[in-house]
Ligand binder design. Structure first.
Ligand code: SF4
Length: 223
């Protein structure tokens, strides 16, 4: 559901359009898209004291994450620019290891299995400023519900009782999703979301794929 006025929606579309154009010219600048893109969602989350999410709590980082291509490319450059050579190699090993675990899983098998995100380091997100919108908008009103879901990953949301969430946060997230789809569709870019671990590994293995993204072609596989 769109939670902003048409004027505000257009303003956000224009900003994302400008940032994407810049990133198409100089791909490392993709890292500057994320903070502004997720800010409206973070703002709403900070206004709701009943949200139980705290630094160091990372149950949700065992869940399957999807992201737009520009978000995955931003994460790649954030890692390349912020890690030392050996830290980056360690990161690649973690990504490859988790990628191997999910390689033959179906989407529902992945949903039903705890696979820790390889970007989680010391209990914290190592790419926090550029984490995908799906991560930024994920929230819970009950850490007990998250713990229960983490301990019983095979149960569907309905069977486990689900995670209590706030409609206004979900609406803010949907609005940002709609902003991205609007801009990517109009510019004939790839408007789909992709599973994070596999897609990130694909770029780490072959960074030349970023050239393909710059020309507007899809570089990841839906799975
Ligand atoms: S990207 Fe960050 S917030 Fe998202 S699942 Fe990975 S570690 Fe957690």
């Amino acid at each position: 559901m769109n939670s902003v006025s048409p004027e505000e929606f257009n303003r956000r579309c224009n900003r994302l359009y400008r940032q994407l154009r810049m990133a198409k010219g100089a791909a490392p600048s993709a890292t500057s898209i994320g903070p502004k893109f997720i800010r409206p969602v973070e703002k709403i989350i900070h206004q709701i004291p009943a949200i139980d999410c705290r630094a160091g709590c990372s149950y949700c980082c065992n869940l399957r994450v999807v992201a737009f291509s520009f978000e995955i490319i931003a994460i790649y450059f954030y890692l390349v620019n912020s890690l030392t050579k050996s830290e980056l190699e360690e990161c690649k090993i973690r990504v490859r290891r988790q990628c191997e675990k999910i390689r033959h899983m179906t989407v529902s098998e992945h949903f039903a299995t705890n696979i820790t995100c390889p970007l989680l380091v010391g209990g914290e997100c190592s790419v926090y400023p550029v984490r995908p919108l799906s991560c930024a908008g994920y929230h819970s009103a009950s850490v007990d519900a998250c713990r229960n879901s983490d301990e019983n990953p095979e149960l569907t949301g309905f069977e486990s009782g689900g995670i209590p969430m706030f409609q206004e946060v979900n609406d803010a997230q949907s609005t940002q999703d709609a902003v991205a789809v609007e801009v990517l569709s109009k510019t004939r870019d790839d408007p789909h979301k992709y599973e994070l671990i596999r897609s990130l590994w694909k770029i780490m293995e072959n960074p030349k794929l970023i050239q393909r993204w710059k020309s507007g072609r899809a570089i990841f596989k839906k799975a």
